[in-house]
Write a protein that binds this ligand. Sequence first.
Ligand code: GRF
Length: 207
Amino acid sequence: MKRFAVFVSGNGSNLQAIIDACQKGQIKSQLALVVSSTDKAYALERAEKAGIPSLVFNVRDYTNKQSVDRDIVIHLKQEKIDFIVLAGYMRFLTPFFVKQYAMKILNIHPSLLPAFKGGSGLKDAFTYGAKVTGVTVHFVNEKIDNGAIIFQHAVPIKDDDTLESLEERIHRVEHKIYPEAIALFEEDRLKVKGRKVFINGGPSGEC
Ligand code: GRF
């Protein structure tokens, strides 16, 4: 059975959706570790409640970003982690880290990439006045919000939306599609050709 880690920094609603999907058997791999960039993350309470070990690596405790990532990698290898799921992790992974887990790191971003990259993608789409935004699940490479796209789901922005109502709809989509993407990944059903990701072995057995 594969073992994976979820990286968090905040509320952890996506972590919760992943925990629930593991409990339902939708995700078969073992969620073996939660890694947080801060001890303030509510996600840590969710992990504790579900009996999942967690570790906090705060960049402030290290001399530089590379050394925190080196330390995290040491722990991940000790825990025999096969792949990583970023779920609201507010740190940019160093190229060193990405190389260690090349094409084995997934991220979810609250916009239709490449629009509205960065830490405030949801709010940026809303304040920009976009009519449609959405959710992107993608592989992580060495650039910010740039890796090959696994899933994209559009979410319309309604005239009477507030940031909160939009956020709620975005989260609903995230909580559905992230476990689906993880399930495909763990079964090796995501085939990557350049920037394109194909889902293999569907009902017809074709790409
Ligand atoms: C989500 O909107 C995700 O797309 C983004 O960060 C947010 C995390 O939310 N990367 P939560 O902590 O999972 O509730």
